[in-house]
Design a protein around this ligand. Sequence first.
Ligand SMILES: NC(=O)C1=CN([C@@H]2O[C@H](COP(=O)(O)OP(=O)(O)OC[C@H]3O[C@@H](n4cnc5c(N)ncnc54)[C@H](O)[C@@H]3O)[C@@H](O)[C@H]2O)C=CC1
Ligand SMILES: O=C(O)C(=O)COP(=O)(O)O
Length: 526
Amino acid sequence: MSKVLVSDPIDQAGIDILSQVATVDVKTGLKSAELIEIIGDYDALMIRSGTRVTEEIIEAGTQLKIIGRAGVGVDNVDVPAATRKGIVVVNSPEGNTIAAAEHALAMMLSLSRHIPDANASVKRGEWDRKTFVGAEVYKKTIGIVGLGKIGSHVAAVAKAMGMKLLAYDPFISNERAEQIGCQLVDLDLLMQQADYITLHIPKTPETTHLINAKTLAKMKPTARIINCARGGIIDEAALAAAIKEGKIAGAALDVFESEPLGESDLRSLGKEAILTPHLGASTTEAQVNVAIDVAEQIRDVLLGLPARSAVNIPGLGPDVLEELKPYMQLAETLGNLVGQLAGGRVETLTVRLQGELATNKSQPLVVASLKGLLHQALRERVNYVNANIEAKERGIRVIETRDASVRDYAGSLRLEATGTLGTHSVTGALLGEKEIHLTDVDGFPINVPPSKHMVFTLHRDMPGIIGKLGSLLGSFNVNIASMQVGRKIVRGDAVMALSIDDPLPDGILAEITKVQGIRDAYTVTL
Ligand SMILES: NC(=O)C1=CN([C@@H]2O[C@H](COP(=O)(O)OP(=O)(O)OC[C@H]3O[C@@H](n4cnc5c(N)ncnc54)[C@H](O)[C@@H]3O)[C@@H](O)[C@H]2O)C=CC1
Ligand SMILES: O=C(O)C(=O)COP(=O)(O)O
């Protein structure tokens, strides 16, 4: 049975799902060295923001197949290191969207009405109605940095509260921003005009210290800034100084450069600053959502199925996956087959996406073809995550072509492998939506479902050859399950595809090529 380590607190709903397929150990608060010591025993690691998954941990995780982040941000995972090792990294892109957006909005209102400090003063026995005079958000301008899932929900609510909406997001179109009711502006203008600035961007090298002394200097002295995205997007020292010096009116922070927040100038600020301990995703609803979402994906990957929200398998989102799933198996099978036909070292793989597959969306089929091609060499070490890297390291050139005009089937795939021993090609399609059929081998039309053990021959189409091959195999006790010949012209060259019940015993391939009229023979195991 597989083993899963849960190293941050997650909802029981997730543990229950994992327990269907694995032994689950919950060990929270581990130090890095402790994690390195035990991670080698586990097939999967499930985390939140509390565990930093470094390259060292990934190297020590010799059995790891998947790292599941029960939340959005994967900046605490060394994703490139995981990718190199073929480890899938998944997250829950939508499970805590509402929770994080509502926390940012709560921060905005708390800042403008001084709720936390007013509450504390009443609890101390005071009745101070002067100090806590606030400001309305109605008709004020909110500047949203990052108009993704959380930013968009913040926009919708802010709009309903009568705010004017500005947004900065270089990856969003004007049309999308307009749909949300936001005016897209550059960061400078947003910093200058907004009364409330709220950050909803990932932490990346580009966004680290995006908000610094220089950008803060552009804000109005009455403006406030909210960070419920990631610590380190704001330069904390510069922020504390700007608030202390009255250059801006305040800040609300849920996330910090280093968590838990230790000694910091931010802690000595008054009612201008509100600090929460990374609570954005901490609602009952969000925690159930993310735990179920990520546990299901871990379960699926441990069962050999693809994950719907892998962050290191480009282009394989849930909608694409649903559409392409049957074709992924076709691509893998064809890749595996053409690799075995080519034998030796493959130098170039050409994948032609045909018919309705001739679109951008089908790109994952190229990765699946590569995975199939590399299967013989790497077995289960190759997967959708590392297939591209492994191919590159082996010097395999991958060429993707498209031909929408091929209409023999709704969609079909043609793979051609050129290697040290020559060039071979296979084409396949799906029948009845799921059933894989080989429709062409080395340019000869056939129509056979691939089976586990097969023999292919290239021969001269002439009387008696099928009988000779049948009796040769019979004499070695090889049982033929099915046989089909593909030819272009009568008595010309032809291809024979045989499905056999068991692997072809050693030495028989050479015997087959001795049969008069047979030029080449190949055996494959799929
Ligand atoms: N405090 C908390 O507990 C939580 C924090 N988060 C944080 O919120 C972030 C945003 O989450 P979602 O909205 O779900 O992500 P998302 O991927 O839907 O949206 C992020 C947006 O940021 C934009 N963006 C990326 N780089 C940018 C840049 N350099 N400048 C401006 N915009 C840029 C993207 O185009 C995208 O529209 C996450 O990355 C995570 O770090 C998420 C959930 C909970
Ligand atoms: O989902 C995210 O990106 C978060 O920051 C939530 O973090 P958490 O799971 O609460 O440690």
